[in-house]
Design a protein. Structure first.
Length: 268
């Protein structure tokens, strides 16, 4: 059996990192957008599962979390619930570091009732592309090799294919692109630590001080005129419905041109 890409225990510890309140802006933005999209669906969701993340999103939901407070601590690809238990499953941030993302989506599909909704948001795509480049260039320059420093990112196209593979009806993805600017690489790393977003890779190489210093120099060299360096964030939004009789027939693969918001509106 192949080794898992992410360390499950480390993933849980990092979601309990102190100082989250001071760096909660990204989680809050994802949660606000997901809740706004759900509110566009004229339906009462009686049984809701809130999957992971450092802070609760849906009041009164059963919460599977990587960090307390939580009713249940588990991984998204190992959900301890019976089939067809929930009307709504939502996930804010957690799917970015699931070792078995296809398995997690299959588990979510399994626990949804017919015509139940799954909706999620997480960082992927080109998120932290600048940080990746700075660390890679510093590693190669000072050690002669490239080390795995940041977690691999899921692309929107791949996520859409995985939704379809898991058996979701009318799967839709879209991408929200943001830019966050930092005064230094150290401030960025502090925020990632507080967010619980430092890489939980199972295979990690120690980061030498000279490599970190060189990466910080490269980061600063790309700063705007005010001394702040832009950092890319791409939020991938997913939605899909558990199949049920009477649902619209999906378009052929590759023919979809409808946004996630529009797809949800069709369910009103």
């Amino acid at each position: 059996m192949d080794a898992e890409p992410f360390d499950r225990a480390l993933r849980r510890r990092r979601h309990r990192a102190p100082g989250f309140e001071g760096a909660a802006f990204l989680h809050a933005a994802m949660a606000d957008e997901v809740l706004a999209r759900i509110q566009g669906v004229a339906r009462h969701f009686a049984a809701v599962l809130d999957l992971g993340g450092p802070a609760p999103v849906w009041p009164g939901a059963i919460r599977v979390a990587l960090a307390p407070p939580a009713a249940i601590v588990a991984d998204e690809d190992r959900l301890p619930f019976a089939d067809a238990t929930f009307d709504l499953v939502l996930s804010i941030g957690g799917l970015a570091s699931v070792s078995d993302l296809p398995g997690a989506l299959a588990q979510i599909r399994r626990v949804l009732r017919p015509d139940g909704l799954f909706i999620a948001a997480f960082a992927g795509g080109m998120t932290l592309a600048e940080l990746r480049a700075d660390l890679l260039e510093a590693d190669v320059a000072l050690t002669g090799r490239a080390a795995a420093r940041t977690a691999p990112m899921v692309e929107a196209q791949a996520a859409a294919a995985l939704l379809q593979r898991a058996g979701f009806a009318m799967p839709v993805t879209d991408v929200e692109r943001l830019t966050v600017r930092y005064a230094s690489l150290g401030r960025l790393l502090d925020d990632l630590t507080a967010m619980g977003a430092r890489s939980p890779l199972a295979a990690r190489a120690p980061l030498r001080r000279d490599v970190l210093a060189d990466a910080a120099r490269r980061f600063a060299a790309r700063a705007d005129s005010d001394g702040r360096t832009p950092v890319s964030v791409e939020i991938i939004h997913l939605a899909g419905w558990a199949p049920a009789p009477g649902q619209p027939v999906p378009l052929k693969p590759g023919s979809g041109k409808t946004s996630l918001a529009a797809a949800l509106q069709r369910r009103v």
